[in-house]
Design a binder for this molecule. Sequence first.
Ligand code: GLY
Length: 572
Amino acid sequence: MKHPAFFSLPVALLLVLFVGPATLAQQQSPYAYKIEKSLIATRGAVVSAHPLASQAGLSILQLGGNAIDAAIATQLALAVVYPNAGNIGGGGFMVAQLKDGKQLALDYREKAPAQAHRDMYIEADGRANTDKSQAGHLSSGVPGTIAGLFAAHRHAKLPFKTLIAPAIELAEKGFIITAAEARGLNNLQNDLKKYNTQTPVFVKDSEWKAGDTLVQTDLANTLKRIRDNGQAGFYEGKTAELIVAEMQRGGGLITKADLVAYTAKYRDPHVFQYKEYTLLGMPMPSSGGVLLHQMLKMIEDRPIAAMGFQSPGSVQLMTEVMRRAYADRAAHMGDADFYKVPVQQITNAAYLQERMKSYSNEKPTPSNELQPGTAVGTESEETTHLSVIDQEGNAVAVTTTLNNSYGSRTVVGGAGFLLNDEMDDFSIKPGVPNMFGAVGGEANAIQPGKRMLSSMAPTLVLKKGKPYIVVGTPGGTTIPTQIFQTLVNILEFGMSPQDAVYKPKFHHQWLPDELVVEKGFSETTKAALQKMGYLFGKERGGIGRTELIMVRPDGSFEAVADRRGDDSAAGY
Ligand code: GLY
């Protein structure tokens, strides 16, 4: 590949700097860009997993687009610059409040193909084959992202072709990759060779290095077909043919009929009150909104602020609340179009009080007194979140995913994009944990056309009916517990948005019965909890990558990008 001389300089990435608060919009070059970890903006802000994606969103706001326009452009750019999780071959959810007060929950989660069936991963000996549900052609659900972005576009102001232009340019002309991206691609090489029928652009004979330029011509052409033909540019015509051909070469199930039949759905956001705040979360098929509702309500009447941040008392209370909510997740939650999820019942006040009757502030409630369990997986938890706000009063939270990092590791030959391995988010066999260690049963069993249960939790907090906090994170089953902690950090412990995001997190999900903490978590609190009988899992280097925007009392926006990755804020 030939690049202009200065692009190939190995030092180019030295220009990727961590800088402090900024107030001015910067135009980022794809060949020398900066990471902005926090900023204050007055007219609009975008936070995402990659500086160039945030920049794409910002440029759309500056062109006169609203937060929905910017969210669409940011997600499309992420599909190019952040192939770990940014995608057009996966799915996601959008939660938004528009300037007129209209509240949206848009579901573009992947669906099981028509030929899928509940025992499709069960071998002749009765074993559930998670290799097949977690990578390769058979792990992919029917992608929803492009349908979702076109469904969102009805609330946008600019033509779709304007919103997709930055992504096309990034794919066609390339951008330099960061050290984290180089590591990700290097770790992927064996899987790429194993799970692809045609060699994708991500395969390289020598090691990827920070500062290398990644050009994705096939992806650029796919994006152009979407620009020129709309949704049909993905679900019909050449792109659909390439997807189906890939499935046929690799033994996958997605057919032309599956692609044409895919629709994104507007649902009612899951809305609840926490003290003086109104929260908008994602309803089924995501467990995110309901879990957050349950956890916050189970602490609402307890003096958690007085207990203090990550004191033994507050962590123990929050852990017990997590345990109870996740037990309900396994038993009751799934795609409500296919299974009657008792949302009202498991979120009503009397029920939640009853759940807390077994809580003791002196000892753990053993999970095996509720349900049996199994061990947590060790796979990464790649999904990605973006938060956007504008001066008109629109606020948008989008979480999108391929499931695992780089999804199924299968790139559609000739089309240049990775497919998801979202089928693993179904309960492939009752009691068998998915890659996040989550178990499930009937509610989340595989059925043709059904959406797999998610943990994604794009969330808005409203104060007096107006957007106050826009937040979300990747992290598989840790997503709702992280949002829970970030919000408790702000609303109860009075932390700054940056502290709320950056402080080490912890996680409990009922099964396995272990508390997982992130590096930097208080050793004193850990020792106190161990003394009470809590078992700790392996410490994690990082949990999630939260992107948060908070509206300040003067109406300006404080945008915070997580310290845990290349995440970056943009605003003006
Ligand atoms: N694939 C992760 C989730 O949807 O929860």
